[in-house]
Design a binder for this molecule. Structure first.
Ligand SMILES: [Ca+2]
Length: 120
């Protein structure tokens, strides 16, 4: 009986650690996956819609939905990655509003500020 209890406890512990809850870990606008949102991400995004390689990072969003997509490319909080995001990116680099992540899966770490991005 003691062995069964120990086995159940071990399996439960393994189950807890083997299935961690995964948050989406990205920087908003970081389409090319180098950890920063810069003009190169705009170029990468344009290339994607011209048949270029897909973004290196995708994530299930919302968690548990089964919907895996390029969350880092969503900068207008629409929870999709489309040409409208590219337009938003261009406006941001011309002084427009800061990128806004999909509210269903905000990134970890949090969005780098525009000041940090411009300092690069
Ligand atoms: Ca980047």
């Amino acid at each position: 009986m003691k062995q069964i209890v120990v086995a159940v406890v071990l399996l439960t512990a393994v189950g807890i650690f083997a299935i961690p809850s995964r948050a989406c870990d990205y920087v908003v606008g970081d389409v090319n996956g180098n950890g920063y949102f810069t003009g190169m991400d705009v170029v990468y995004a344009v290339n994607i819609f011209s048949g270029g390689p897909p973004p290196p990072y995708s994530c299930e969003c919302p968690p548990g939905s089964g919907n895996v997509w390029f969350v880092a490319g969503d900068v207008n909080a629409s929870c999709t990655f489309s040409g409208l995001d590219v337009t938003y990116m261009v406006r941001f680099f011309k002084g427009g509003n800061a990128p806004i992540p999909c509210p269903s899966c905000p990134p970890t770490p949090l969005l780098k500020s525009k000041m940090e991005v411009e300092a690069k």
